[in-house]
Structure formats: structure tokens, C-alpha cells
Design a protein around this ligand. Sequence first.
Ligand code: SF4
Length: 97
Amino acid sequence: MIADYVATIPEEQRAESATYTQRLALCGTCHQLRDGTCGLCGCYVEARAAKRAQRCPAIPPYWIEEEWAGDTPSGKAGDSETDSAKTDIANETTIML
Ligand code: SF4
């Protein structure tokens, strides 16, 4: 079961709950979604979306990878310019759906 797989993903590799929910919401409105799998990559979207470093395979992607606070020396999320650019991409791709 996919939930069992997701539960085995180490915390540093697992997407935040809000990110996971947002990703699945985007997949849920995507014309590529077929029986829980992505028509572009063939993976189960519930599994793909659960990993922080994953991104949607569409070009441009409908959702992108998430940084982990532990990735930076300060223990905070990545630099604001990069975060802002990612947010812009995510917002643009949401509109494209
Ligand atoms: S193309 Fe992206 S948004 Fe669509 S089902 Fe695949 S992973 Fe989800």
C-alpha cells in the first residue's frame, strides 16, 4: 500500500504535509492522472509527491521539489530569491491547469 511506503520515507526526504496535500490536489486536477498514476512517468502520484526532492515530470512542471530546512547552515529554508522563483513557477503552473 502506498501509505505504508510513504511512512518509510525518512523525514529529511519526506515532503511537508502541506506540500504533499498541495501536490496531490494539483495532480487531482491534471489531465495526465489515470487511476492514481501519472500518464507522463507512470509512477503512483501519491508516492512521487511524498518525496521532498521530486518534481512533476511535466514541462513546465505543475509542482516542484521542496527544500528541507536542514539543507542550509542556518537551519532555515533556502534563500528567499530561490524560494520566490519556485513559488512563481508553482503559481504559474497552477494557473495552467
Ligand atoms: S503530470 Fe504532474 S500534475 Fe499531472 S499527474 Fe503527473 S505528476 Fe501529477
